[in-house]
Design a protein around this ligand. Structure first.
Ligand code: 13P
Ligand code: SF4
Length: 311
């Protein structure tokens, strides 16, 4: 079986496999660690193996390479990109910074290494609120590139001096208020867990601070935050508003509970480009290496390390 071949090969070659929560089940099953962007960057820095096979999208593999400069990072498909990361270019960022010379730049981890090298702080969905709270109140903030996460953070922190880039992830922007309304009407007892990149967060914004929306419990969480929450919550039924790949792990770890996707269409085609077959080829041929130029990596690492020291 291909799964056994992969497990044998990674052991023989002493390669650690990190996989994002959105990966297909067969890939999650061969991984040493499955988690969210923040958790996987922490693991990349911590693991003892000299080679990391990163099953996720390109910016995540780049982040792993930046935080562990002595290690080799491989990705099974170099084309696994991210629409959110593509929503701001380096020239756009430089121009924006010039227009706000005194502002502090906070960029989501879903950005290229080159963008990160121009940031003051990096953040992920699980620590964006803490990162913004760590910046003195009087300083203007440029937050990029996700507008839904940016609006959520601005609401929770009460920050008025935050400029937000109008970028979005096509998968999460596609989980709309109408999807949530439909589930609210159909499922009377379900609890809602929602990723802050979703466009459906907008109408909930004034209620989420209290943890409830139209008599349902609602939590806005990163993918790993969702994993932790659904395990400890007493609710038996959850509507999950994020990429559907996470349902596999949720169901596996909580077999007695029910998980319903907010939208069946919420599939990230980039995440799904990583197949078990490509994982095997990647281990066998030791390809494709994700390299970040030292000059860029050294600058990007400062923004990432600032983030890691806060959350
Ligand atoms: P997390 O940081 O919650 O894992 O999300 C990453 C991502 O790509 C969301 O689409
Ligand atoms: Fe990027 Fe969206 Fe895919 Fe996450 S789900 S990797 S933000 S395109």
């Amino acid at each position: 079986m291909l799964k056994d071949e992969v497990l044998k090969l990674k052991k023989e070659k002493d390669i650690v496999i990190l996989a994002h929560n959105y990966q297909v089940p067969e890939v999650q099953d061969v991984a040493d660690f499955v988690g969210d962007s923040l958790g996987l960057s922490r693991q990349a820095a911590k693991v003892k193996q000299k080679t990391i096979l990163f099953c996720g999208v390109h910016f995540m593999a780049e982040t792993a390479a930046i935080v562990s400069p002595g290690k080799r990072v491989l990705i099974p498909d170099l084309e696994a990109g991210c629409s959110l990361s593509d929503s701001i270019t380096i020239d756009q960022l430089r121009k924006w910074k010039k227009e706000h010379p005194d502002a502090i730049t906070v960029g989501y981890v879903n950005t290229t290494a080159e963008i990160k090298s121009e940031l003051d702080y990096c953040c992920t969905s699980s620590n964006a609120v803490n990162v913004v709270n760590a910046i003195p109140k009087e300083r203007e903030i440029l937050f990029l590139p996700d507008m839904f996460l940016g609006s959520y953070v601005s609401k929770i922190t009460g920050r008025k001096n935050m400029q937000i880039w109008a970028g979005e992830c096509h998968v999460h922007a596609g989980i709309t208020p109408a999807d949530i309304e439909k589930k609210l009407a159909e499922l009377k007892n379900a609890e809602f867990v929602v990723h802050p990149e979703c466009s459906c967060t907008t109408p909930m914004m004034y209620d989420i601070a209290s943890g409830s929306y139209k008599n349902h419990q609602v939590q806005i969480l990163s993918t790993e935050g969702m994993m932790k929450h659904v395990s400890k919550s007493d609710s038996q039924q959850f509507v999950v508003a994020t990429e559907t790949g996470i349902l596999y792990r949720m169901r596996q770890q909580n077999p007695q509970k029910t998980f319903i996707p907010a939208s069946e269409n919420a599939e990230c085609e980039y995440m799904k480009m990583i197949t078990l077959d490509k994982v095997y080829r990647s281990l066998y041929d030791e390809k494709y290496e994700v390299k970040v130029a030292k000059k860029i990596a050294d600058k990007a690492r400062i923004a990432i390390e600032r983030m890691l020291s806060i959350s």
